[in-house]
Design a protein around this ligand. Structure first.
Ligand SMILES: *[C@@H]1O[C@H](CO)[C@@H](O)[C@H](O)[C@H]1NC(C)=O
Ligand SMILES: *[C@@H]1O[C@H](CO)[C@@H](O)[C@H](O)[C@H]1NC(C)=O
Ligand SMILES: [Ca+2]
Length: 368
């Protein structure tokens, strides 16, 4: 009887240590898996997946930079000025820091062959006004129309194409304040605010609401009266629109918005414009650098993009406007997911071990 009990006990111990080592193995393989996951997410984040298969060429004919030769005076320049804009040695000033001005600079030539491109905008917004006593902002354009005055940062309303706005005055906030209404924190936007909109010729920009009804995405950007250089970066690749900003003087791009399924026709005009009202600012463009990108596409992607786009549009627009677009997991999200997985797994092991040792103890006790 005693011998049998001892044998059983030994067997239990053996299975016990087997289970323990199984757990250890699981733990190790889990860790390996976690490390691999972390490493791969790190490499994904570092290795901007568009860049290693992409070449870029500066297209001088679509770029505007110092010394602005002939801009504003000669018909042979690729760029044309409009309204109150003027060129100096340091910048193209779209508006001076004076009330009720509007100005623009437009490319004269359409971008026929450009499918994928990147625009790097070096700009400067500065003026006498204190915070929220300045306005109204500037815009970068890729549109069918050019040289049309209007209320949308100095361009016509119901434009056809892409507008990226640097809106420096919170009209909606002032409007709500006047009505004694409050923002909910979820919907509050901090100004200056960068925002993108795609128009098809019959969509209006809602100035009183700072374009909220047509906002594809945006971000806060404290760009006024800075000593260092400020940049905006608009990239259009495989129908994906990405806007980034570099405004902290650190030479680092910060994500602003990123939207897939943006359909923009080829052969539109690039331009920049700005407007002032009761409040004003200097809105300066130092340079607009356009890079043509050569992007490799899979057969499937080529087939998908074969159909010629004639009217600008955005896939799943309703969801984007409602803010329901599913976003890929960010690095931080991945990190926390993995962390919580690990914690959860660790807890499981601890609980398992406790339960097992209790069970083992009880079993042994029964034999004595
Ligand atoms: C333009 O967009 C609006 C809003 O998305 C849509 O209702 C309208 O049908 C579009 N017009 C054209 C010509 O595509
Ligand atoms: C823009 O389009 C809307 C809707 O089609 C129309 O009501 C509005 O008058 C248009 N505005 C301009 C300036 O063309
Ligand atoms: Ca505004």
């Amino acid at each position: 009887m005693a011998a049998a009990a001892a044998a059983a006990d030994q067997r239990d111990r053996r299975t016990g240590s087997k289970i323990l080592s199984r757990l250890k193995m699981d733990f190790i393989s889990y860790w390996t898996c976690v490390l691999i996951l972390l490493a791969s997410s790190r490499s994904l984040a570092n290795d901007d997946d568009d860049h290693h298969e992409m070449e870029e060429f500066l297209k001088r004919e679509y770029s505007l930079s110092k010394p602005y030769q002939g801009v504003g005076s000669s018909g042979s320049s690729h760029w044309e000025l409009m309204g109150d804009s003027m060129v100096t040695t340091e910048q193209v000033r779209l508006t001076p820091d004076m009330q009720s001005r509007q100005g623009a600079v437009w490319s004269r030539i359409v971008s026929i062959a450009l499918k994928d491109w990147e625009m790097q905008v070096h700009f400067k917004i500065h003026g006498q006004g204190k915070k929220n006593l300045n306005g109204d902002g500037m815009a970068i354009w890729y549109t069918k129309e050019r040289m049309k005055k209007g209320p949308v940062f100095g361009n016509k309303d119901n434009f056809t194409g892409l507008g990226v706005f640097v809106d420096t005055y919170p009209n909606e906030e002032k409007y709500l304040e006047a009505q004694k209404k409050r923002y909910t924190p979820r919907t509050q936007r901090i100004f200056p605010f960068v925002l993108a909109m795609v128009g098809n010729g019959s969509v209006g920009y809602d100035h009183e609401r700072d374009g909220r009804p047509t906002e594809l995405g945006g971000c806060n950007a404290m760009v006024r009266n800075l000593k260092h250089d400020t940049f905006l970066f608009i990239r259009y690749i495989r129908r994906r629109l990405t806007v980034m900003i570099d405004i902290d003087g650190q030479h680092e791009w910060r994500d602003c918005l990123d939207i897939p399924g943006v359909r923009l026709p080829k052969g539109y005009y690039f331009g920049a414009s700005a407007i002032t009202g009761d409040l004003s600012d200097n809105h300066d463009v130092v340079s607009l650098k356009l890079y043509q990108l050569t992007v490799l596409r899979s057969k499937k992607e080529e087939e998908e993009e074969e159909e010629e786009i004639t009217i600008p549009s955005v896939d799943n627009l309703e969801q984007i406007l409602r803010g329901e677009v599913e976003e890929g997991m960010s690095g931080v999200a991945i990190f926390f997911t993995v962390l919580f997985c690990m914690l959860g797994f660790f807890m499981l092991i601890v609980v398992g071990l406790v339960v097992y040792s209790h069970w083992n103890e009880n079993r042994r006790k029964r034999f004595y």
